[in-house]
Design a protein around this ligand. Structure first.
Ligand code: PLP
Length: 357
């Protein structure tokens, strides 16, 4: 049983064995007598880490030939700008689906070198659903969406059907389930939700994208710069990449995406079922669009908040407060969170209902 049940939205829980192994590497990497923190990124040891991390991404996600995997800096927030720069074609227009705060930030960046076209939005209902039935114009260079809305607790269950090149911010659900990488031109994700610690951003880029933008791209924002140098154009975030590599090893060893998808479904089914069956709680996202990673819910009677907060704090549950734009509670259940932690939360919810009955 974990010491703390960590529901933090990101940075977030990682496997305990990854922390142990990473801490050993800080003191003495692979019996080299050197810390991973003081090794050259050009050393044989670190180049091997980078290669293994990249190969594990390809293997676990079944990335087809014709794609490049990069570990860069800047977070997904720089990915908003990088993806727009690299995807602009002759129309200089990107289509965007606004499903919440992160999508909105991506939209803003596209307007720096091109034009964002809003295809659909869920803003009318505080982003509690995924828009459906919108039309996609032909004169856009790409369609951008956010696969999982970390703040609002909604998630695309299907990849949008279109012939327009797809770009996706998968920061908060990458490696949580199987995805068909061949449908995308660019996938990007900040590491600090399912992949590793903060500090590196994963890009999976179709090779035909590289060097084909219609706009001039500053060197560091050009994915070709980094692809040409195997993510080592400048010093990469070595320790974050190393720790991400350990997390990917953990995922592979346990059974990869088939295993984690099943485990994530069990966790979210357990919590959503309690939310739906306990009269004291209510989910905030539309049922068909509910996220399996970030579960957002509120108390039906706000006056019970103090008691509920006290109870979950006593059970050593951490990070359950909702984002300020939604309020209530958010249980972020990333890959490393065990089912036992969800059981502890569900038991607290049941106990609260019994006390009141
Ligand atoms: C956390 C998050 C981001 C921001 O990531 P940074 O690495 O902090 O820039 C962007 N998009 C989504 C979907 C996120 O969950």
């Amino acid at each position: 049983m974990p010491k703390v049940h960590n529901y933090s939205a990101g940075p977030c829980i990682l496997p305990q064995e990854v922390f142990e192994e990473a801490s050993k590497a800080v003191l003495n990497y692979n019996n080299s007598g050197l810390s991973i923190l003081e090794m050259s990124h050009r050393s044989k040891d670190f180049v091997a880490v980078m290669e293994e991390a990249r190969d594990l991404v390809k293997e676990i996600l079944e990335v087809p030939d014709g794609y490049t995997v990069l570990f860069l800096q800047g977070g997904a927030s720089l990915g908003f700008l990088v993806s727009a720069y690299n995807m602009m074609g002759e129309n200089k227009k990107g289509g965007y689906i606004n499903t919440g705060a992160w999508a909105k930030k991506a939209i803003k960046e596209a307007d720096f070198m091109g034009e964002s076209v809003l295809l659909a939005s869920s803003e009318d209902k505080n982003n509690n659903y995924i828009p459906k039935g919108y039309s996609i114009p032909d004169d856009i260079d790409y369609l951008h969406y956010t696969s999982n809305n970390t703040i609002f607790g909604t998630q695309f269950k299907d990849i949008p059907e279109t012939n327009i090149p797809l770009v996706c911010d998968m920061s908060s659900d990458i490696f949580s389930k199987k995805i068909d990488v061949s449908k995308f031109d660019i996938i990007y994700a900040g590491a600090q939700k399912n992949l590793g610690p903060a500090g590196t951003t994963l890009y999976i880029v179709k090779d035909s994208v590289l060097g084909n933008s219609s706009v001039d791209i500053p060197t560091m924002l050009n994915l070709k710069t980094h692809a040409d140098k195997d993510s080592m154009f400048n010093t990469p975030p070595c320790f974050a990449i190393y720790t991400a590599m350990l997390t990917l090893r953990w995922l592979k060893k346990n059974g990869g995406l088939d295993w984690i998808e099943k485990r994530n479904e069990e966790k979210s089914a357990l919590l959503y079922s309690e939310i739906d069956n306990n009269p004291l709680f209510e989910g905030t996202a539309a049922k068909e669009d509910r996220s399996s990673m970030n579960v957002t819910f509120v108390l039906t009677d706000e006056s019970k908040a103090e008691e509920f907060d006290k109870m979950w704090n006593e059970e050593k549950i951490n990070g359950l407060k909702g984002h300020r734009s939604v309020g209530g509670y958010r249980a972020s259940m990333y890959n490393a969170l065990p089912l036992e932690s969800v059981q502890v939360l569900v038991n607290v919810m049941k106990k609260l209902a019994l006390q009141i009955a």
